[in-house]
Structure formats: C-alpha cells, structure tokens
Design a protein around this ligand. Structure first.
Ligand SMILES: [Zn+2]
Ligand SMILES: [Zn+2]
Length: 260
C-alpha cells in the first residue's frame, strides 16, 4: 500500500483533538504517512494549538492563517501573530485564506483584504499559500493574477469549481486538492474537472472533521478516510490507485517541502 498525505484537515477541532492519538493511529493504519493540519478557523488560539500538535507529532505539519469566514477579524496585529507562529519549523504553509462568497460570513471586501495580506505574508516568509474558494473562482483568480502567486506556490484546497475554474487556477500555478465532496453522488461536474488536472498538480485531503466522503457523508470525518477520496479520484481520472497515491504524495512533498 503506497502511503499518502492528507494535505488538509483541522486536528485542533474539538471533534478530533480529544481523541487525537486514536485518530492518528487509524490514519497510520490506513497508510496516511503525513498530515497537514490547518488552524485558521476561529480565534488565533486554534492556530496556536495546531502548531503545538504539529510540534508534538513528527508526521503532522501545520498551516496558520485566518479563514475567509473570519476575515472581518483579520486585523494587522493578527498577521503579526501569524508571522510569529510561522517561525516554528513545523509550519509549512500560510492559510487557509481566500474567498467564500457562498456563505459570506465576512463581508467580501474584508475577505479580499485578508487574502491580499495572506498572499503578502506567504511571499515574505517563502511559504506556500493554502486557498479556500467557494463560489468566488473568478474574483479569486483575478486577485492572485494581480497580486501574484507567492514564489513558494499554493494550493486550491477542497476544490469545488468546474473545469474552466480548474484551468484558470492551473494557469496561475496552483496545485488543486480534492476532498470528500468528489465522492458525493451529485458531484459529476467536479469529477469531470478532476480529469483535466495534470498528474503533477493534483492532491487529496479530508478537510476533517468536515466533509466526510461517501459512505460516511454527514458523519465526522478523519484523516484515515482520505483513501476513499483517492479511490474515487483515481476512478474519475482512469488512473491506477497506487500510482495516483504516489503522485499526490510527491506533489504534497514538493509544495509543502515535507521531509522524506
Ligand atoms: Zn476551506
Ligand atoms: Zn479547512
């Protein structure tokens, strides 16, 4: 069984953190060799706990940022705190940042401002950016086109757009990561988009505890389930599972500069 990387989940979440050792043991048993855990949701404390978890567990790495839902809270001192947290050797990316015009929990202008600040921070720290994008593909591509992708690159996590949006992001230099949404019955369009992503730009993730893949849809998600998304991705692309496992892992290692 080729090992794989869960490139995006939230281990500090209260649905995972209390039984973290068991969650990590199940991930290891499922061949998930490395995990990128993202803070970003809610207060800065979540980023802090995410970095602590990564520092305690050799196979866990961290990303710090302010989720677009919370962009209204992204004041200049918050960026300073992120910069400080990112000095940990276990912080491999900045994010998730981006635009979520589906829920619009923060006003669009706050989301755009925070996104530009995260792009600048990622460039300054020579780290890749993790992007969250929901119903805002064109606007997001326009901002990155103007501000520039950070030199260390970036990933559109939990991609939910169509093939056209995927092409635009690929052209900008992004990796594209697929979550359990890919396995949902009504995601035929997404599976179509998954076919056009080159083998050297595709990744998989759980976004746990959210978005459990079929047949666990609606239940609490965890990193061990990333294999289900990988299997559906392989089927959609007409790829062999083990070969795609190797490719997605190599891509994650390259983007996040994970140790071998
Ligand atoms: Zn997200
Ligand atoms: Zn997330």
């Amino acid at each position: 069984m080729t090992s794989i990387v869960d490139t995006h989940c939230h281990l500090a979440d209260s649905r995972l953190a209390p039984e973290l050792d068991a969650v990590l043991a199940r991930a290891a048993a499922a061949g998930v060799s490395q995990i990128v855990s993202v803070g970003a949701i809610g207060p800065i404390d979540n980023d802090r706990r995410t970095v602590e978890i990564a520092e305690r567990h050799p196979h866990v790495f961290a990303a710090v940022g302010v989720h677009p839902h919370d962009a209204a809270e992204c004041a200049p001192d918050r960026i300073g705190e992120l910069r400080q947290l990112a000095s940990s050797a276990k912080v491999v990316a900045i994010g998730e940042s981006g635009l979520d015009f589906h829920y619009l929990r923060s006003p669009a202008e706050d989301q755009e401002r925070a996104l530009r600040e995260h792009l600048a921070l990622a460039a300054e720290l020579a780290k890749p950016i993790v992007i969250h994008c929901r119903d805002a593909e064109e606007r997001l591509a326009a901002i990155v086109r103007e501000a520039g992708l950070p030199p260390a690159g970036g990933v559109i996590h939990c991609f939910t757009g169509d093939a056209r949006a995927a092409s635009a992001f690929l052209e900008l230099g992004f990796f594209i990561s697929f979550s359990g949404i890919l396995t949902f019955k009504n995601a035929a369009k997404l599976r179509e988009a998954a076919r056009i992503v080159p083998e050297d730009r595709v990744m998989v993730e759980t976004d746990a505890p959210y978005l459990a893949p079929e047949p666990f849809r609606g239940k609490r998600n965890e990193p061990a389930f990333v294999r289900r998304t990988l299997a559906v991705l392989a089927e959609a692309r007409g790829d062999e599972v083990e070969r795609l496992a190797a490719a997605t892992s190599a891509n994650a290692s390259r983007l996040f500069r994970l140790p071998a």
